[in-house]
Every structure is written in structure tokens, then in C-alpha cells.
Design a protein around this ligand. Structure first.
Ligand code: 5GP
Length: 143
């Protein structure tokens, strides 16, 4: 049997959740947080995370999974509005073989425009000013 490895509390998103590393936050409540991906695949690329220590979809409890998708829907609508996007790509990776690079559950919200290709996953930092400007637009669209 291939068990999901244990949660590593030193992963980079755990450090963001503890406030040890900054982020461009767009949303937070008692149980979830959303912030800009520092290596956006398109401008406005946003990540949604539970605060609970889940490694990925494979070990997340049902009460996290059942609550995160309505929030992803709400934030995806705000991202779409804020970025003037025509579509949204949602992605989520599990384990190294599945493309996961940070081992705290997160869902990617990637705004899309017709004929605009996505950049490679997790490659190429965006300037901080651009990330903060997009975060401000998305915060405003969440209301
Ligand atoms: P995964 O491959 O695990 O699905 O996605 C991890 C994502 O986190 C990647 O898209 C990558 O660009 C992003 N990322 C990696 N390090 C950081 C960081 O320190 N801060 C933020 N905000 N995003 C990060």
C-alpha cells in the first residue's frame, strides 16, 4: 500500500500561514487563506489553502474538501472579474509524481484569456509590484 507521506510543518506554505514569510494576501477567514502565486502562470494566478495541515487532496479530511470548493468558486469569480478574464483554469497537484512542488494542500485559480498561453508551472518570479497590484484588484472584487 502506498500511504500518503506525513505532513511536513516546514513547507513554505506552513511558514506563510505562521507569518514567518510574507505573501500577497487576497482573502482570509478562520479556516482558509488565499494569496498570489509568486510564479504566476498568468497574471492574477491565485492559490487557495486550508489552514489545516493537509499535505494534499489525498490526506485532506472531508470537512476541508467540502468547504474549500465553494470558496474556490467565490474567489474564482472575483479573480475573473478583477483580471478581466474570459475563463479560469483550476488545477491541483498531488505528490511529486503528480506535479506537486509545495506539500500543503492548495488549489490554483488561473485567469485565462483567449489565445493567451499559460506559462510553465512554478517557474519565473513575477515582480512584487505586479503581484501586489493584482492582489489589490482581486481584494476589491471580493468586496
Ligand atoms: P504545486 O506545484 O505544489 O501545485 O504549486 C506550488 C505553487 O506555489 C507553484 O505554482 C509556485 O509557483 C508557488 N510558490 C512556490 N513558492 C512560493 C512562495 O514562497 N510563495 C508563494 N506565494 N507561492 C509560491
Amino acid at each position: 500500500m502506498n500511504a500518503t507521506p506525513a505532513y511536513d510543518p516546514d513547507n513554505i506554505f506552513a511558514k506563510i500561514l505562521r507569518g514567518e514569510i510574507p505573501c500577497h494576501k487576497v482573502y482570509e477567514d478562520d479556516d482558509f487563506i488565499a494569496f498570489m502565486d509568486v510564479m504566476p502562470q498568468t497574471p492574477g494566478h491565485t492559490l487557495v489553502l486550508p489552514k489545516a495541515p493537509c499535505r494534499n487532496l489525498l490526506d485532506a479530511p472531508p470537512q476541508v474538501l467540502s468547504r474549500i470548493l465553494p470558496l474556490v468558486q467565490r474567489l474564482a469569480q472575483a479573480v475573473k472579474t478583477a483580471m478581466g478574464a474570459e475563463g479560469i483554469t483550476i488545477s491541483q497537484f498531488n505528490e511529486h509524481a503528480g506535479g506537486q512542488t509545495v506539500f500543503h494542500l492548495h488549489i490554483h485559480i488561473i485567469p485565462r484569456h483567449e489565445d493567451q498561453p499559460m506559462k510553465h508551472h512554478a517557474r519565473g518570479f513575477a515582480p512584487k509590484e505586479e503581484l501586489e497590484a493584482n492582489a489589490a484588484k482581486i481584494r476589491a472584487a471580493i468586496g
